[in-house]
Design a binder for this molecule. Structure first.
Ligand SMILES: *Cc1c(COP(=O)(O)O)cnc(C)c1O
Length: 428
């Protein structure tokens, strides 16, 4: 039976049997016992499914991953230790040394660094293209060794909205998948698979957890990208894995399971970026109220954005759902029920005034965090994006006076009063 997203938030993933715990049990065990060595070797050969070591799989994390897969409408998901690990796995599961990936330039600073510095050191090249690139520019970015296109549904912190259909069409025309980081809208506000994306990633640290309790990530597979139809491009999925006696993921696990099976069997085995069962439990508590919280985050952000828009101290305001925003048309298409709780804006008097404004706030705290139940704010140019050059900053859509304000789920009247007061104190 197909259920509404609200019901999946509350009840998805864990299905207790008769007399079993109602809440997802925390299976705090590194290992699992078997009656015979033969039982265990079948697991090691991926001949049977089951648990043997929590670096690869654990029942608690699997139950929570299944909930996120259901929320996104995917066929499978893997929880990771962080959003960074999720994006690394999502790309590295497809691209090897000598390969190339196209990424939107307006992405999270940590992801930009992962791609532009660390993965380049591993021999994977990246081309960064702006979301407003022309069709010719987009076309020209593809190379014979391109293995994926990557973007964020709503970019952190530039707040540009990804034209998912357009980039999916371009990716598919070149026989590669579109990977979408859906952290900001969450599946409550946008389900990228419905628009043609193939893989979705999350920093579950943000709205999904929602309470600033546990760092985590997730990779979700739509189960629709036909690896075998592009056999030569994706040898990791379509040719024998000698570390599993010549098993071929796309044959053994099929179109719906190959991608996540390879992440678990290879990348989790070798890199070990597993989420702990305890963290997965916290994440699940957050997911149970995600649908309710997202509505409040979005309505608070819109109220704050509308207020800031008419403040003389503010030079510009960006929020995808705000009338007149340059991303408003895309937001109406992809995010008709609200976008996210984040508002970016410029303090007219410049960088120092932006920092002073932030210090004057009483409800929103200065934090390296976003998408939390408690409002918080950050100055990206001097924190999350400080490694970037001025040119790279501009390409990411970040100016020196930009404040990223993450609306929590407090009273909108109190948030606005706090901002009003902090702005007034700039004059005193
Ligand atoms: C925070 C964030 C990440 C990184 O996630 P961590 O959980 O901090 O590792 C990746 N993508 C986006 C869009 C983010 O906001």
């Amino acid at each position: 039976m197909r259920q509404d997203i609200d019901t999946i938030c509350v009840q998805g993933g864990w299905r207790p049997g008769n007399g079993e715990p109602r809440q997802v049990p925390i299976i705090q065990s590194t290992t699992f016992k078997y009656d015979s060595g033969r039982d265990m070797s079948r697991l090691f050969d991926l001949e049977a499914s089951g648990y043997f070591y929590s670096r690869l799989q654990n029942p608690t994390t699997d139950a929570v991953a299944a909930k996120i897969a259901a929320l996104e409408g995917g066929t499978g998901a893997v929880l990771t230790s962080s959003g960074q690990a999720a994006n690394f796995f999502a790309v590295f599961n497809l691209a090897n040394a000598g390969d190339h990936v196209i990424s939107l330039s307006t992405i999270y600073g940590g992801t930009h660094n992962l791609f532009a510095v660390t993965m380049r050191k591993m021999g994977i090249d990246f081309t960064f293209i702006p979301p407003e690139c022309t069709d010719e520019e987009l076309e020209a970015a593809f190379r014979p060794n391109t293995k994926a296109v990557f973007g964020e549904t709503i970019a952190n912190p530039a707040l540009t909205v990804l034209d998912i259909e357009r980039f999916a069409r371009a990716a598919h025309a070149h026989g590669v998948p579109l990977i979408v980081d859906n952290t900001f809208p969450t599946p409550v506000k946008c389900r990228p698979f419905e628009w043609g994306a193939d893989i979705v990633t999350h920093s579950t640290t943000k709205y999904m957890d929602g309470h600033g309790a546990a760092v985590g990530g997730c990779v979700v597979d739509s189960g629709r990208f036909d690896w075998m139809a592009h056999k030569d491009k994706f040898p990791g999925l379509t040719s024998p894995d000698e570390s599993y006696h010549g098993l071929v993921y796309a044959e053994k696990f099929g179109i719906a399971g190959a991608y996540t099976a390879k992440i678990t069997a290879q990348l989790m085995r070798d890199f070990g970026c597993a989420q702990s069962p305890q963290s997965a439990f916290y994440l699940n508590l957050g997911l149970e109220s995600l649908h309710l919280r997202m509505d409040r985050h979005c309505s608070n952000a819109l109220a704050v954005a509308r207020f800031l828009k008419q403040c003389p101290e503010i030079s510009w305001v960006s929020h995808p759902s705000l009338e007149g925003d340059k991303n408003h048309a895309l937001a109406q298409k992809y995010l008709p029920q609200g976008s996210c709780g984040v508002v970016s804006f410029g303090v007219k008097a410049g960088r120092e005034a932006a920092e002073a404004f932030m210090q004057n706030l009483r409800i929103a705290a200065i934090e390296t965090h976003v998408a939390d139940a408690r409002s918080c704010c950050l100055h990206p140019a001097s924190t999350t994006h400080r490694q970037l050059s001025p040119e790279e900053l501009a390409a990411c859509g970040i100016s020196p006076e930009l404040v990223r304000f993450s609306c929590g789920i407090e009273s909108p009247d109190d948030l606005i009063a706090d901002i009003k007061n902090a702005l007034a104190r700039l004059h005193s």
